[in-house]
Write a protein that binds this ligand. Structure first.
Ligand SMILES: C[S@@+](CC[C@H](N)C(=O)[O-])C[C@H]1O[C@@H](n2cnc3c(N)ncnc32)[C@H](O)[C@@H]1O
Length: 217
């Protein structure tokens, strides 16, 4: 992943934000050491942001699309009250096995329920409302995830969508590949949707922060 923000600025911002818990740190370090895709994890700064959004939304029910080894799921769980719950979707059994091991080491791991299988199928069978939905799985399905997330969202809920600057490739016209085109399409749809109010924040690889427009409630 390209650094869209100066690395030194990212380090400075992370050092001045909510620190990562010891379990999250150990999970991130093990993922770095043992798995190819450790850069997929949101990491400490975006993790602090997810924690803060969970608190601001006063969330008790969180839905995550794309868990990997569980770093962001733990960010949500740590921010939730005792009775709060995270449902997180994943297809990869190897990643889920790592996540389960770390969830048992965290006092907040019991708030997390893993749903294995295609996230679209899992979402189809879920009942809302969710106070916060975080979309961070296969990019080709982002628009489908967004549409279903809107159906599952509580009236004052928040949808967060990760990697929506896609290493800066969203600027490419024509798009370099299908995934870039899918993210560009999602970004056009969110921008033009009168039912939502949205900010594309330049945190890490870009993240949509989306709520319903008050007049559409
Ligand atoms: C970017 S990673 C998630 C990182 C995680 N949110 C974090 O920051 O800790 C994306 C994950 O989505 C999973 N995934 C991809 N396609 C999926 C699908 N159709 N349904 C559920 N999970 C999927 C991948 O296996 C991968 O682990």
């Amino acid at each position: 992943m390209a650094d869209l923000v100066l690395p030194a600025i990212n380090i400075y911002a992370a050092a001045h934000s909510l620190p990562e818990s010891p379990v999250r740190r150990a999970l991130r370090e093990e993922t770095d050491r043992t798995m190819e895709f450790s850069r997929m994890l949101v990491g400490p700064l975006e993790g602090a942001f997810l924690h803060m959004m969970t608190r601001l939304a006063q969330a008790t029910r969180v839905l995550e699309i794309g868990m990997c080894t569980g770093y962001s799921a733990l960010c949500f769980a740590e921010a939730l009250p005792e009775h709060g719950r995270v449902i997180t979707c994943e297809v990869d059994e190897e990643s889920a096995a790592v996540a389960r091991r770390f969830f048992t080491q965290s006092p907040h791991g019991c708030k997390i329920e893993i749903r294995m299988g295609s996230a679209l199928e899992t979402m189809a069978g879920l009942k809302g409302p969710f106070d916060l939905v975080f979309i961070d799985a296969d990019k080709l399905n982002y628009l489908h995830y967004y549409r279903r997330a809107l159906e599952l969202l509580s009236p004052r809920g928040v949808i967060l969508i990760d990697n929506v600057l896609w290493d800066g490739e969203v600027l490419c016209d024509p798009p370099l590949d299908d995934r870039t085109a899918a993210i560009q399409e999602l970004n056009r749809v969110v921008t033009a949707d009168p039912c939502v109010t949205a900010v594309l924040a330049t945190i890490r690889d870009g993240i949509w922060i989306i709520t319903r427009t008050p007049s559409s409630l």
